[in-house]
Design a protein. Structure first.
Length: 120
C-alpha cells in the first residue's frame, strides 16, 4: 500500500487512476470557487475529464513541494501547460489531502492561472 504522501503526489501530478482504489466512499473534493464533488464516482468523472483535456497538452512541473503530516498532505505546485493551439499557461495550485486510516477522505484544491513573471 502506498503512503499518504505517495497518494497525494500521484493525484497532484495528474496520475489520478493510481489513487482511485484509495478513495473513501464518502470522499469529498472541493475545488475552491468552482465546485464540490462528493463520492468516488463524481471524483473519478472529474479526473477522467481532466485526463482527456490533458491528453492534448504537455505538462511541466516547475515547482512540486509536499508537506506531510500524520493524516494530511499539502502539495504546492506550479505547472506549465502547453498544447499545439496556444503558447501555454502557468497554473499555481495547492492541494490539501486528508486521510483516515489510509483512505483519502478529503481534497481541497486552490488553483490560479499566473503570469510567467510570477513563476518562482
Amino acid at each position: 500500500m502506498p503512503t499518504i504522501q505517495q497518494i497525494a503526489e500521484a493525484f497532484s501530478s495528474h496520475r489520478f487512476r493510481e489513487v482511485y482504489d484509495y478513495l473513501h466512499p464518502q470522499v469529498e473534493w472541493v475545488l475552491v470557487g468552482a465546485a464540490r464533488l462528493e463520492g468516488p464516482d463524481q471524483v473519478k468523472v472529474a479526473c477522467e475529464q481532466s485526463l482527456e483535456q490533458l491528453s492534448r497538452t504537455s505538462t511541466q512541473f516547475l515547482r512540486f513541494k509536499s508537506v506531510v503530516g500524520t493524516d494530511a498532505v499539502a502539495v504546492d505546485t506550479v505547472a506549465k501547460y502547453v498544447d499545439a493551439r496556444w503558447q501555454g499557461s502557468f497554473v499555481r495550485s495547492c492541494d490539501v489531502y486528508e486521510f483516515v486510516q489510509g483512505w483519502l477522505v478529503g481534497i481541497t484544491s486552490y488553483t490560479a492561472e499566473i503570469e510567467a513573471d510570477d513563476v518562482r
